[in-house]
Write a protein that binds this ligand. Structure first.
Ligand code: GDP
Length: 344
C-alpha cells in the first residue's frame, strides 16, 4: 500500500486529492496547520472523516525539523504540497506570512526529502498567478512569469525551488501550474464561491444584493476534482516535469455572475460602468449585484488563459466539465446548504 502526505488537507484540493488517493488504495497522511478552530467540513462533506486509511496530522510546513520527522514517521513515497496562504487578496495584507508558508514551506519539504529519502516524489502546487501581468497568450510552461501579488511571488519561489532540486539533486519534483479551479468545496473568499453562495441566498430570499470587485477580470476556470487527478498523474510518469493544467477558455467575473444567477433561475442584465456598474433582475427590476471598490486589489491580474497541451500529450489529462456545468453544480450545492442553514 503506498503512503502519501498531503499538506493542506483542509483545503479544496486537499479534500479532493485525499478522496482520489484513498480510492486508489493509498494510506494518506493529511496535514493541517494548528488553528484555534480546525475546519474539516470538506473532508466531512466528501464522507472521508473517520476513513481508516486517512490520518489527520498537525503539521507546520514552515518547520523543517517537523517536516523531517513527518517523512521519517510516515514512510511516505509521495508528498503533495498543497499547503499555502492561498488567497491573493490576503497576501497583500500578510506578505511575510505568505512568503513563509507559501514560499519557504516548499523549500522545507524539499530539504526534508533531500535529507530523509531523495527518492520520495514531490508535487508542488504552482499557480497561474505566477503569470500575473501576462507576457503571452495563451500561457504555457515556457511563458515568462510576471507575478502581481505577494502570493504570486511566493509561489514562484516554490516553483523554481522545485525545478532547482530536480536539476541539482535529481529529486522527482513536479510543478503543476494550475489555473483557477473551483468546486462546491471552494472557500467563500474566492469570487466564484462568493457569488454562488450569494446567488443561492438571494434566490432563497436570505440576501438582497452581493458586492463584488473587478468584474472585468478574466479567468480560466476548471473543475477542481479533475485537476487533482492531474497532480497524481504527474507523479506516476517516468520523468518529473512542470505542467500547465487549464481549460483553454477564459470568462470574465461578470459572465460568471450571469451564469450563476441563471443557474438559480434569475436572469440579470448589467448596467452602468466601473464603480457604478450593477446587475438588475430583468423580471423584478431589483438590483442584485453592485461593485464595491473595497474588493479591488492593489495590483490586478486581468486575463488568464492556459494551454494544457503538454499535460494532454504526456499525461493524457484533459478537462471534461464545462464552466456552465461547474457553475450550476456550485449554485445547486449552495442552494442545498443555505436551505438547511448549514453552510461553510
Ligand atoms: P485568484 O485568481 O486566485 O485571485 O482568485 P479569486 O477568485 O480570489 O479572484 C479572481 C478574480 O476575481 C480576481 O481578478 C479578483 O480581483 C476578481 N474579483 C472581483 N470581485 C471579487 C470579489 O468580491 N472577491 C474576490 N475574491 N475576487 C473578486
Amino acid at each position: 500500500m503506498p503512503h502519501a502526505i498531503i499538506t493542506g488537507i483542509t483545503g479544496q484540493d486537499g479534500a479532493y486529492l485525499a478522496e482520489l488517493l484513498l480510492e486508489k488504495g493509498y494510506v494518506v497522511y493529511g496535514c493541517f496547520r494548528r488553528t484555534s478552530s480546525a475546519n474539516f467540513w470538506r473532508i466531512e462533506e466528501l464522507g472521508l472523516a473517520g476513513h481508516e486509511r486517512l490520518h489527520l496530522v498537525e503539521h507546520d510546513v514552515t518547520d523543517l525539523s517537523a517536516s523531517i520527522r513527518l517523512l521519517q514517521k510516515t514512510g511516505a513515497t509521495e508528498v503533495y504540497n498543497l499547503a499555502a496562504q492561498s488567497f491573493v487578496g490576503v497576501s497583500f495584507e500578510q506578505p511575510i506570512a505568505t512568503a513563509n508558508i507559501t514560499g519557504l514551506g516548499a523549500l522545507n519539504l524539499l530539504e526534508a526529502i533531500r535529507i530523509v529519502n531523495p527518492a520520495i516524489r514531490f508535487y508542488q502546487a504552482s499557480t497561474s498567478e505566477m503569470f500575473g501581468k501576462v507576457q503571452a497568450t495563451p500561457q504555457t510552461e515556457t511563458t515568462p512569469f510576471y507575478p502581481r501579488s505577494p502570493y504570486g511571488v511566493a509561489k514562484l519561489f516554490g516553483h523554481w525551488t522545485t525545478i532547482n532540486y530536480r536539476e541539482s539533486y535529481g529529486i522527482f519534483g513536479c510543478s503543476g501550474i494550475l489555473f483557477n479551479h473551483e468546486s462546491p468545496l471552494r472557500g467563500k473568499e474566492f469570487v466564484t464561491r462568493k457569488i454562488s453562495d450569494a446567488v443561492a441566498r438571494i434566490a432563497l430570499g436570505q440576501l438582497d444584493c452581493v458586492h463584488v470587485g473587478n468584474l472585468d477580470a478574466e479567468r480560466d476556470w476548471g473543475f477542481a476534482r479533475e485537476y487533482v487527478a492531474g497532480m497524481w498523474q504527474m507523479l506516476q510518469v517516468d520523468e518529473p516535469d512542470s505542467y500547465v493544467l487549464a481549460t483553454g477558455r477564459t470568462v470574465s467575473v461578470r459572465n460568471f455572475a450571469q451564469l450563476a444567477f441563471a443557474a438559480a433561475g434569475i436572469n440579470v442584465a448589467f448596467q452602468g460602468h466601473g464603480e457604478e456598474e450593477i446587475a438588475v433582475d430583468i423580471r423584478t427590476g431589483k438590483t442584485l449585484l453592485k461593485v464595491d471598490p473595497r474588493f479591488y486589489r492593489p495590483a490586478e491580474v486581468d486575463h488568464l488563459i492556459g494551454d494544457p497541451a503538454l499535460a494532454r500529450e504526456k499525461l493524457g489529462w484533459k478537462p471534461e466539465t464545462s464552466l456552465e456545468t461547474l457553475c450550476t453544480m456550485m449554485v445547486e450545492a449552495d442552494l442545498r446548504r443555505n436551505k438547511t442553514g448549514y453552510s461553510f
